[in-house]
Design a protein around this ligand. Structure first.
Ligand code: XMP
Ligand code: MG
Length: 184
């Protein structure tokens, strides 16, 4: 009998209810920090979609949302530290208070580029809110302002995070069994 995607998960790290709870707590801080600032909340596609949907419903102040899709330049194994814009914002950022929503910060290269780009475009402030943080792997000096959970140095999937495009629709964050990616 096939058990579905759950079979491929070694361990569940954060359940749907834990993620909802942490989103509520972060939402309270964001509501206080962004009161009267009409932030532009940017979702980094595709991984941050689920967390973004949770977070924006917990912010009780006027806020606009937009989406951006970026990918690292390079040969696929080594990131050059530059990002290619696959989908740009619809809204100008000049003078705006920006809140970036990410799924996970690993080396920090992607976010460093994004922050630099938004500052270059004259955003007033740029802050980062991430569901997961893997600080062990950091090579850039990116420090997120709002963090859901710090994760160990394992490959995690679910709640927006993927392996080869799959598992984004798992309603929790879990560690992928190594045999899944070792056999590929
Ligand atoms: P950097 O290294 O630029 O990369 O901070 C962040 C991006 O790397 C991906 N990433 C992961 N994706 N499970 C995933 O599904 C992981 O454990 C993981 N670690 C890094 C992710 O796309 C993120 O945006
Ligand atoms: Mg991502």
């Amino acid at each position: 009998m096939r058990l579905g995607m759950n079979e491929d998960i070694k361990e569940i790290l954060y359940s749907k209810s834990q993620i909802k709870e942490v989103s509520k707590q972060i939402g309270k801080k964001l509501t206080a920090d962004y009161l009267d600032k009409k932030p532009l909340v940017i979702c980094v596609l595709k991984g941050a979609v689920l967390f973004m949907a949770d977070i924006i419903r917990e912010i009780d102040t006027y806020a606009e949302i937009d989406f951006m899709d970026v990918s690292s330049y390079g040969d696929g194994t080594v990131s050059s530290g530059e990002v290619k814009i696959l989908k740009d914002l619809d809204v100008p950022v000049e003078g705006r208070e920006i809140l970036i929503i990410e799924d996970i910060i690993d080396t920090g290269k992607t976010l460093q580029c994004l922050v630099d780009l938004l500052k270059h475009r004259k955003a007033k402030t740029v802050k980062i809110c991430t569901l997961l943080d893997k600080p062990e792997r950091r090579v850039e000096g990116v420090v997120p302002d709002y963090v859901g959970f710090q994760v160990p140095n394992e490959f995690v999937v679910g709640y927006g995070l993927d392996y080869q495009g799959m598992y984004r629709n798992l309603p929790y964050v879990g560690i992928l069994k190594p045999e899944i990616y070792e056999n590929n």
